[in-house]
Design a protein around this ligand. Structure first.
Ligand SMILES: C[S@@+](CC[C@H](N)C(=O)[O-])C[C@H]1O[C@@H](n2cnc3c(N)ncnc32)[C@H](O)[C@@H]1O
Length: 220
């Protein structure tokens, strides 16, 4: 991937780097992941977990200027690519955060997110890596708190094993409702497809999808 590192002004506008050390030693020094803290306003906030090079998120930000978007990822080069695209398009409602998502849970504030996207998360090949998958019981718990009542979560994967695990957890869930009658959806047709969706579809892989709505209001 050919990438240009952002200059200081561009990084200042589009980038937040959160180190594991700061999260561990001085979590209060790290900004919370809210619209107010990151954008200085109270617009609705949407987040992509593992946003990669940000094609999907940038297209959402471009088409909905009244909403803020954050993309979180651990891979710096991918984030630089997203920052480059956001800067070229002069977007004012998107930021990229370099952080290991599994360490970022203390940065979320209740009722601060409108929508969470987890699209094509790394499935992990070895048993050890599968244990580090982002979608698990804790993810559902933490996002239940962070997402507003009626807010949504969009989950997309091409990996049959990960899909089975998602389906198993979602079928037991009482705090999230599927927005669709079917147990899952097949295919995903956003205006702009992400790098990995394009890649996997070109290789003939099937795409599985769930859309969940937070039942927080019924749950309180
Ligand atoms: C298969 S890629 C998908 C990227 C993007 N969503 C897409 O559809 O093109 C998975 C992404 O998740 C990121 N990732 C994996 N584990 C992560 C973690 N613990 N925290 C944040 N990002 C993570 C990877 O760096 C990678 O960019």
């Amino acid at each position: 991937m050919k990438v240009v590192e952002p200059d200081a002004a561009t990084a200042g506008k589009y980038f937040l780097r959160v180190s594991g050390g700061d999260l561990h030693n001085d979590p209060d020094s790290v900004p919370r992941l809210t619209s107010l803290s990151l954008f200085g306003d109270d617009a609705p906030l949407e987040m992509e977990v593992g946003c990669g090079s940000g094609e999907f998120l940038c297209s959402l930000a471009e088409s909905r200027p009244d909403t803020n978007f954050i993309g979180l990822d651990v891979h710096l080069k991918s984030l630089h690519k997203g920052i480059e695209a956001a800067s070229e398009a002069r977007l004012g409602n998107i930021k990229f955060v370099s952080v290991d998502f599994r360490q970022a849970y203390p940065l979320f504030v209740p009722d601060s997110l409108d929508t969470v996207y987890l699209h094509f998360p790394d499935p992990g090949m070895k048993a050890r890596d599968k244990k580090r998958r982002i979608f698990d019981g804790r993810f559902l718990d933490e996002m239940h708190r962070a997402v507003v009542a009626g807010g949504k979560m969009s989950l997309v994967t091409d990996d049959e094993d990960y899909f089975g695990r998602m389906l198993g957890l979602i079928e037991k869930e009482k705090r999230w409702n599927r927005t669709h009658g079917e147990p899952h959806l097949v295919g995903f047709e956003p205006k702009v497809k992400s790098r990995f969706q394009t890649l996997w579809e070109r290789r003939g892989k099937k795409v599985y999808r769930f859309e969940l709505r937070n039942r927080k209001a019924d749950w309180r």
